[in-house]
Design a protein around this ligand. Structure first.
Ligand code: PLP
Length: 223
């Protein structure tokens, strides 16, 4: 099967089972721009990347109406570039980053939409080393971002546990979402779920899922 037929089959298989309210982000990290172009031609518009340089390149290659999501670990020296090409940053968990994003967004006269990444280790037997604001610090973090011009908080993001209970993790993320909406009523998005756990995330209210391998195939190990 050629790559186009392969991607088309996998994309349609996933999409046919998704509730229409859920936004599918295809995570194209480590795959070539040609794959993103094939997916674009199939109608896919939301793309996710973990690295600044890859996201900058691919977003150049694709038409302007593609929507780019950055979900990788934030390095402050890359933020200016990330603000240029990304429509959404999913991995905000640091106030100094929020301030820089606000500054760069104002310079570019744009509104940078961000999810606050919440750490989902709470209650898990084997807590990992995941990033994210701790749930009990979420409100304080959210209110500290409130006055930052050019930055819009759209919701919460979480990465399920590597070994552990995804139901507990995503139920906790849903609670964090409700808490956040007390502070910022419009911030009602929940970015949760990857190839291995997105169905569970959707049961717990995910509005945005981030799928890589279930559509593109397995990634070669990161360099
Ligand atoms: C790589 C990655 C994904 C996609 O992972 P798959 O398991 O390939 O679906 C989603 N979210 C984040 C934060 C990632 O780093």
């Amino acid at each position: 099967m050629d790559r186009g037929a392969e991607l088309s089959t996998r994309l349609e298989a996933v999409k046919s089972e998704l509730p229409s309210t859920v936004t599918l982000i295809v995570v194209t990290k480590t795959f070539p721009s040609s794959d993103a172009e094939i997916l674009y031609a199939l109608g896919q518009r939301h793309f996710g990347e973990n690295r600044d340089s890859e996201g900058a390149d691919k977003s150049e290659q694709l038409p302007d109406d593609a929507i780019w999501h950055f979900q990788g670990g934030v390095q402050s020296n890359k933020l200016k570039s990330i603000v240029k090409w990304s429509d959404y940053i999913h991995s905000l968990d640091d106030l100094s980053h929020a301030k820089r994003i606000s500054q760069y967004a104002q310079e570019l006269d744009k509104r940078q939409r961000c999810f606050i990444q919440v750490n989902l280790d709470e209650g898990q037997e084997r807590p990992g080393q995941r990033s994210g604001v701790k749930p009990h610090q979420l409100m304080e973090f959210a209110s500290a971002t409130a006055g930052l011009l050019g930055l819009e908080i759209v919701g919460v993001m979480g990465v399920g546990p590597l070994h552990g209970d995804p139901n507990l993790a995503f139920a906790n993320l849903n609670k964090s979402s409700l808490a956040l909406q007390q502070e910022i009523p419009s911030a009602n998005y929940i970015s949760a779920g990857m190839s291995g756990d997105y169905k569970i995330a959707i049961e717990h209210g995910a509005t945005h899922i981030r799928l890589g391998s279930s559509i593109l195939g397995s990634r070669s190990p990161a360099p």
